[in-house]
Ligand binder design. Sequence first.
Ligand SMILES: [Mg+2]
Length: 324
Amino acid sequence: MTEFELIRRYFAAQPVRRRDVVLGIGDDAALLTVPHDRELVVTTDILVSDIHFLPDVDPEALGHKALAVNLSDLAAMGAEPAWFTLNLVLPRVDEGWLTRFCAGLYALARRHEVQLVGGDTARGPLAVSVTAHGFVPHGRALRRAAARPGDRIFVTGVLGDAGLALAHRLGQRRLPEDDFRSLRERLERPLPRIAEGLVLRGLAAAAIDVSDGLAADLGHVLEESGVGADVDVERLPVSPVYRKHLEAAGWDAAIAGGDDYELCFTVSPGRLGEFEGARSRLSAGATEIGVITAEPGLRLRRADGTPYRPGGAGYDHFAGVEPP
Ligand SMILES: [Mg+2]
């Protein structure tokens, strides 16, 4: 199959057709209309075989995740997604693999009405890169640098399921097969918190998506904002399956496991009332986990106020945490 045939068969006839796409796939470049009252938000991410996923990954899950991680970055900016481009490096043309990859990719694209408008393919070691584009009203994007002392810190959904699933897959932890199956869903098919990001626009002060683990990503917010935080580890939201393994696994996967794709955000004391009113519109839910402080650094505490000591080995993401 030539590259032209491959593009025509798998990428030209895709399901989402937006009115703001003047010209999509098929010319030298795409032509896109940005609404006059909006800023364009652009993000990109690359997933490389053996580094970001195992070579025998389910192609449907890979198609989903390649787009999901980019939509998650748009969510963290409070942006509404519009378009994406796809670069695909394939070791060989395997039509069964491509069909499944596209099924995962387009199911998520359809869910968020985001249209593929271009890309490139090449022969080589398996890698996928997506660039996603979205809109925010002028000056309304959620940023990392906007946290202030006294802000409450929240996180959507639950943390640590993906980290625990990855630890099982890498042989660092043994979970019952049923538990692994349910946690694996969170690792392979994260759901970007787009709707939640739109609710938080105008309510949250700072926001970030949790891709490298709460400690690392909240650490970026603290650094960019020039502040610190006290986080109550025992308030971190975890799933019922995670809770079953809490005694053996501790909180480390929830703090530093990564791949959660939840939103971590802060709300200033003056906006808490308004935030409470909007909270029922956050369908993933939101849990208060701590407070922003003027004193820099991230301090993890237990409910009784004593410092939390990470128990597991093998996590690089505790780097920003203040030593107890
Ligand atoms: Mg991000």
